[in-house]
Design a protein around this ligand. Structure first.
Ligand code: NAP
Length: 257
């Protein structure tokens, strides 16, 4: 029996690191990204722009149909894709600019969670969902209003969906994990922002200068280890900066459960 992982946003950053680590561990990998469709060995990519909920739903149905669930011990969906754009004060955004981060950070995970739960209902595998959230879900930043709002809503979506699954036999385990401050394109975007659009920019420049950014490969391995070790409880909201090591193994307490 093998494990199958479905990961969104695998073209770069944490998603790419997750994909590489999952492949390295010999698991099956189903990616959803804006890269062209491809299949090599145990890895497939399904092309999708997550701003479009209709397309997202169709792509996920096709993907779920391709998962060889009868031979899977575990099937895990990682809602990783995210966008911080547009950075800036609300009065400077167009309606379309405001819609994109809500679609990618909130609606796409909602659509994918819904489809995953429904379409894997009769599968015998252990079914789990990890939503990649952010510390910004709990901490407000001027200039990130839509990102903060979407991630806060993603946390609550996680908690409500987990409650719904609690009363189901063989329900899906759903949690959210904030990865900390990670050395990806998203951080580069933050450092490149204008101070007028993002007044806290200097704090992020300093963190980079002081070498305090986590590397995506380490973050990816940690998420997979914690999940495989059964450390994520249903409905739990986790922050990877709170990981403690005991006898070489990672442990984490939920911030909210
Ligand atoms: N880096 C951090 O410090 C940090 C901190 C807290 C939380 N996070 C969260 O961690 C997750 C990964 O972030 P990251 O730092 O790896 O970001 P990143 O380097 O900017 O990568 C974002 C990924 O999401 C994909 N994506 C964005 N919009 C999409 C769309 N419309 N359709 C399909 N894919 C789309 C991107 O694909 P394209 O290449 O096609 O654009 C890319 O693969 C996000 O949920 C983010 O909110 C990151």
């Amino acid at each position: 029996m093998s494990a199958a992982y479905i990961v969104t946003g695998t073209t770069r950053g944490i998603g790419q690191a997750l994909a590489e680590e999952i492949a390295l561990r010999g698991h099956m990998l189903f990616c959803i990204s804006r890269a062209p469709e491809m299949q090599t060995g145990g890895r497939r990519n399904y092309m999708c722009d997550l701003r479009d909920p209709g397309e997202t739903s169709k792509v996920m149905s096709r993907l779920m149909n391709d998962v060889p669930h009868a031979s899977c011990s575990d099937v895990v969906l990682v809602n990783n894709a995210g966008t911080l754009a547009p950075i800036g004060f609300l009065e400077n955004h167009t309606p379309v600019q405001m819609s994109d981060p809500m679609q990618v950070n909130l609606m796409a995970p909602a659509v994918l969670i819904s489809s995953f739960i429904r379409e894997s209902d009769r599968w015998g595998a252990s079914r789990r969902i990890i939503n990649i959230t952010s510390g910004a879900a709990l901490h407000p930043y001027a200039g990130w209003s839509l990102y903060c709002a979407a991630k806060a809503a993603l946390n609550m979506l996680t908690r409500c969906a987990a409650l719904e699954q609690e009363i189901r036999p063989n329900g899906v385990s759903i949690c959210a994990v904030a990865p900390g401050v990670v050395n990806t394109g998203m951080q580069a975007l933050i450092r490149e922002a204008k101070d007028t659009d993002f007044p806290a920019r200097a704090r992020f420049l300093k963190m980079r200068q002081e070498g305090r950014l986590a590397e995506p490969a380490k973050v990816a391995a940690l998420i997979l280890d914690l999940d495989a070790g059964g450390k994520f409880q249903p409905g739990g909201i986790y922050d990877l900066r709170r990981v403690e090591w005991k006898e070489g193994k990672p442990h984490i307490e939920a911030m909210v459960i």
